[in-house]
Design a protein around this ligand. Sequence first.
Ligand SMILES: [Zn+2]
Length: 451
Amino acid sequence: MNVLRHIDSHMDDLVSDLQTLIQQPSVSAKNEGIEECSILVQKLLKKTGVKSEILRLRKGVAPIVYGEIRSKQNSSKTLMFYNHYDVQPAEPFELWDDPPFSGTRKGNKVFGRGAADDKGELITRIKAVEAYLKTTGDVPCNIKFVIEGEEETGSMHIEEYLKKYKRKFSCDGVIWEFGYVDAQNRPIIGLGMKGLLFVELSVRESIRDAHSSLAVLIKNPAWRLIEAIKTLRDSDGTILIKDWYKEVTSLSKKDLTIIQNEPFDEQVFKKEFGIKSFVGGKKGLDAKKALAGEPTCNIAGFVSGYTGDGAKTVLPSEALVKIDFRLVPKMDPKKQVSRLKNHLKTKGFSDVNIKVFHGEAAARTDSYHPFVAQVKDAADKSFGKSILNVSNAGTGPMHPFVEILKAPCISIGSTYMFSRIHSPNEFARVDLLKKTTKCMCLIMHNLGINQ
Ligand SMILES: [Zn+2]
């Protein structure tokens, strides 16, 4: 294919455009360079030949850079690339070997904040479209770019944008903003993400801390909170809240086959964390099934009383625990919150206060959907091999895409799993950027021929 040869011979252009993107800081957490970077991305799309505009909700919300190009011959299918132009803060600066916004290239690596997450991924999508336009003057299917600027701060407004621009964004498939490549250079094709419910439970007993000799009279809120959270979960990980699993459906036959085929080295994993066994004594397939499809109830932090050096005999006035629940498809965060509240009440813990920080539903693309096979074929051809993954164990804003656009969402990309994203010396590998750009071309091709 001419298109793929074009990518081989234009990798220097890809790298220099990536460097330009990295050199424009765009830290959403500090609102640094967000407007500037959105303009730069728009320019890049225009240079490629993609019609582009800046979409806004209102002041104070980062704009979305939208791009669109229609296919002259096959216009019945539309592929969306969802990416983000914002990055994580680069601190601590002193741990970087090169300035974080320099985009320094050393051999096969381009370093900088955003090199992989997500400017590297974004550039592969743009260059794939460019390769088609430069060699054939057309694209095999319609292309839409939705590039947001608040991903690293939680994509607070993506749902509102999707609702507002539902018709403009309509498409037949979404390529997600990230995609990992494992240590054996196999891209992981992700079909979903878990949801998340983050809450804080607290108990206040008295108006001030007391001398611990008074523990014969004054109730300790830490004990109280421990008793309450002990009722939430069994030691094997099962969540004991009534109806917690009510809507959860079991994995399909195909999902199970995918999970069976997924590589997972239990020993290497345990060694990495210095642990001897898994929750509930899980082994083999059960461990893999849990990663993809099991809800969790995790204590993220517990604070009460004195935890400094030495001894202090104190009776704390308050205790607080932060808990995160990973959710699986069909679990509605709002419903789960009311089930949690109900649970505490019926168990006699009405004195436990609940504060909800964050609720996000899970998303999963049906593994039988034809788009899955099209992406898998493209990944196998460009990387030589690939791995299907039913669901990432983590959370991302995939649910509104699946729900509002009714389109399958798949993550596939160029991010080497040890490329230090969110950390100092983040880098992108040039060989993986090249393979991913080719992969994006083949996905466009596969969607285009399957009219
Ligand atoms: Zn990130």
